[in-house]
Design a protein around this ligand. Structure first.
Ligand code: FAD
Length: 387
């Protein structure tokens, strides 16, 4: 061991959860190494919508999300990591969904998180291409942010690289991690060795490389989501994060509304959207392209391979048919389509495990990673390293 291969903290996994742990450890003055098996992250962190939406989380995770808003804004003030503040809107399509957004507005008023109930006319003023037959009203959260997921993490890691205590090892697969005396040691597939006071494993949905036996026995599952991108709209502007009626019926924050259970009980369980776990979200990038999705399929960690790699045409068609009911876009021409995968727990809101002294696994953040990782990692680094 030399000073060249010894760190205060090693983070395995260069997705959003690992990268924000590295950022907060650097802020504490620590010497940090970040290992990523791919040349740049290609998993959930770049395959998502880039919606930073604390409004969609339960109150515990909303707090982490609101802390994330501060963190993203403070980084964006120093370096352009592609964060834009255009807010989030939930569009209600019927009386039940109107009831839920009114209740969520009330909860957030009590929780001191600003939101605004909008009439159909106010929604149309904001989004002139909105179909008035669909929209019965909206709930707008002005503080919320959007990221371009394909570039944000790369720019964030470039920002970290300005710090001379940050050591970045892209294209390096870590194959073992263990405690060795009072220190930890990690080894790569190329046979290189590094040491650290602590190791954090933020390996997303890779359950096969490090500690596979622990993951196979856990309550972790993998979720497969289908997404598509429409070619740029030249004259149609859809700023911010757009969530619609099915999202109101799906997102955790609404489950805290008094009417939620009775409204869910009325739903027909035999529908296409229920079968494929679909809700409809829009997110326009700066080039005018629109990300549209998504669907959800689930498998236990041990059976993750069964999710396969197929993209279903009927699911894409459903996104577009439902999308047409919500907005009048210039066209609905698909540019690209993909599947994304994230890990989540069945019973818990995060998988935290300490398999060896000073060696911690942190994964299973589910569908809330772009929103909550920055804030959660801030608290976790504080807990691990002290004030
Ligand atoms: C389609 C889709 C849409 C989503 N939309 C949103 C959204 O709008 N808003 C939101 O808040 N969240 C969203 N999410 C969820 C969010 O993307 C995830 O919660 C988040 O990206 C998880 O980050 P992570 O760092 O835990 O995992 P990952 O992004 O999977 O990163 C883990 C990294 O670890 C690396 N790795 C694994 N094992 C090793 C090893 N042994 N050695 C070296 N490197 C290793 C992998 O290569 C990978 O880059 C969405 C997710 C998907 C899939």
């Amino acid at each position: 061991m030399t000073s060249n291969n010894y760190f205060d903290l090693i983070v395995v996994g260069g997705g959003v959860l690992g990268t924000f742990h590295a950022l907060h450890a650097l802020s504490k003055g620590l010497k940090v190494a970040l290992f990523e098996k791919n040349r740049f992250p290609v998993d959930a962190t770049v395959r998502n919508f880039g919606q930073i939406v604390p409004s969609g989380m339960n109150l515990k995770w909303q707090a982490y999300g609101r802390k994330s808003l501060e963190i993203y804004q403070s980084i964006q003030a120093k370096a352009d990591i592609g964060i834009r503040q255009n807010g989030s809107i939930y569009l209600a399509s019927n009386d039940d969904e109107l009831q839920l957004i009114a209740e969520l507005h009330h909860i957030n008023r009590q929780n001191n998180y600003p939101s605004q109930l909008l009439s159909t006319a106010q929604c149309v003023k904001k989004y002139p291409s909105l179909n008035t037959a669909y929209c019965k009203g909206g709930l707008f959260f002005e503080q919320e942010l959007s990221a371009n997921p394909r570039v944000m993490i790369v720019k964030l890691q470039q920002y970290l690289a300005q710090n001379n205590r940050f050591y970045h090892f892209p294209g390096t697969l870590i194959t073992t991690a263990e405690a060795s005396g009072t220190q930890c040691v990690v080894r790569s597939s190329q046979g290189n060795t590094w040491f650290a006071g602590k190791v954090l494993i933020c390996s997303g949905s890779d359950f096969k490389t490090l500690f596979p036996q622990l993951f196979m026995q856990s309550d972790l599952q993998v979720v497969k989501l289908q997404m598509l991108r429409l070619l740029p709209q030249r004259h149609t502007h859809l700023p911010g994060n757009i969530l619609t009626g099915l999202s109101i019926r799906r997102y955790e924050s609404f489950s805290e509304c008094p009417s939620y259970t009775s409204i869910k009980e009325k739903e027909n369980s035999d529908t296409f959207w229920k079968k494929w776990g679909i809700h409809i979200l829009f997110k326009q990038e700066e080039d005018g392209s629109v990300i549209l999705g998504d669907s959800h399929e689930y498998a236990d960690a041990a059976d993750a391979d069964t999710l396969g790699f197929d993209l279903r045409t009927d699911v894409n068609q459903y996104f577009i048919e439902e999308g047409k009911k919500i907005f009048h876009l210039e066209h609905w021409n698909i540019d690209t389509q993909w599947a994304g995968f994230y890990s989540q727990c069945k019973q818990h809101d995060l998988h935290l495990q300490t398999p060896d002294t000073n060696l911690h696994i942190i994964t299973g953040i589910g569908g809330k990673g772009m929103t909550a990782s920055a804030g959660f990692a801030f608290e976790n680094i504080h807990n691990l390293f002290g004030a």
